[in-house]
Design a protein around this ligand. Structure first.
Ligand code: OSB
Ligand code: MG
Length: 370
């Protein structure tokens, strides 16, 4: 598959409501879209790096730089056979997984179009619709949080995740649990605690949570192991798992009992699928995380979550939970039973609304061999 040109689009899209986590507040979500032209086809990928280096050290700015100056030169004019071929080339670049994953996604889209197969078929996914939940940001007060959660439950979401941070943890979680005693509930700290500050989280163990996501630092695998020993509730790692090797270490070490898989964080769908396979063979449940993606990244997440080891509901909500207007013609809706259908079209199964793309673009750049 000859790579003829790569066009980068730096987007900023207004969220329907601000999204607050322990690392910051997002009102307009930035990302880099990767458009690759090859043999008369156009493939799309989404790089989920945000404006600030809060969730990851990568930002939309660093991803732009890495793709433009290092990844694109490895691909332009070259024949790329598959995702593995891409990974071997990209291995020369240390880190920058979000940047790599955005490019790999566009390559999958092209490969699927050429083979006449959907991404789900290419990855070997089984389900035609996947279980989903909603990730609820920090709210002004526990009362406001309970109201927000109630609205999502009324909309049909069958699993709720709430964000926590020091000072806004036990009170928030207890308020939601006592208002809704039966729901599937989990919390996400996005690395806001240390082993020393963690004892305040002990009461979470009595709230019948599905999991506690990433309480400690990204590079603190061993302390997560120590923490897991103190909790009956499974610890789930997000930020800490940036590769297949990290996933294996975490499992062997007992640093977690569940893994959140994000194709972006691990450097691409091929790596996400490999981590899925490992976890499945080890009996570790996985679920698909989200990064407030546009319709492009959402289509990719849905295909990934159709793999058999994704036994817990994903952070893949309906389009209207994120954006009033999206850049894909397709919008994703919540089905009764808290599921969303996996796209069936070839590749990602989406088409891009060029008008919307123009409206939300901050900058575009075309890269060619010349
Ligand atoms: O930690 O899972 C996270 C969004 C941006 C960055 C990190 C995270 C999140 C979410 C939102 O929780 C999940 C979604 O896309 O709905
Ligand atoms: Mg998380």
């Amino acid at each position: 598959m000859k790579i003829e040109s790569i066009i980068l689009h730096h987007l900023s899209m207004p969220l329907v409501a601000p999204f607050e986590t322990s690392f910051g507040l997002t009102t307009d979500r930035e990302c880099i879209l990767v458009e690759i032209h090859s043999e008369g086809r156009t493939g799309w990928g989404e790089c989920a790096a945000e404006h600030d280096p809060g969730y990851s050290y990568e930002t939309a700015g660093t991803a732009w730089h890495i793709i433009k100056d290092f990844i694109a030169p490895l691909l332009l004019g070259m024949d790329i056979h598959d995702a593995l071929d891409f990974q071997l080339k990209a291995a020369a670049i240390r880190g920058h997984n979000l940047a790599k994953a955005g490019v790999e996604m566009a390559i999958w889209d092209l490969l699927g179009q050429r083979a006449g197969k959907s991404l789900r078929q290419m990855l070997g996914g089984g389900r035609s619709s996947v279980d989903v939940g909603v990730s609820v940001g920090l709210q002004e007060s526990p009362e406001a949080l309970v109201e927000r959660v109630g609205n999502y439950l009324s909309a049909g979401y069958g699993r709720i995740k709430i964000k926590i941070k020091p000072g806004r943890d036990i009170g928030d979680a207890q308020a939601v649990r006592s208002a809704f005693p039966e729901i599937l509930l989990q919390v996400d700290a996005n690395s806001a605690y240390t082993l020393e500050s963690c004892p305040v989280l002990q009461p979470l163990d009595d709230l019948d949570l599905l999991l506690i996501e990433q309480p400690l630092s990204e590079d603190d695998m061993w302390d997560h192991h120590k923490l897991q020993k103190q909790f009956r509730t499974p610890i789930c790692l997000d930020e800490s798992i940036t590769s297949l090797r990290h996933a294996r270490s975490a499992i062997e070490m007992g640093a977690c009992r569940i893994i959140n898989i994000k194709a972006g964080r691990v450097g691409g769908l091929s790596q996400a699928a490999a981590i899925h396979d490992l976890c499945r063979s080890q009996g570790i449940p996985v679920w698909c995380g989200g990064m407030l993606e546009t319709g492009i990244g959402r289509a990719s997440n849905l295909a990934l979550a159709s793999l058999p080891g994704f036994t817990l509901p994903g952070d893949i909500s309906a389009s209207d939970r994120y954006y009033r207007q999206d850049i894909t013609h397709q919008r994703f809706n919540l089905n009764p039973g808290s599921t969303i259908d996996v796209p069936t079209g070839v590749g990602l199964g989406i088409t891009v609304d060029r008008e919307a793309l123009k409206k939300f673009s901050l900058t575009d750049l075309e890269l060619t061999t010349k």
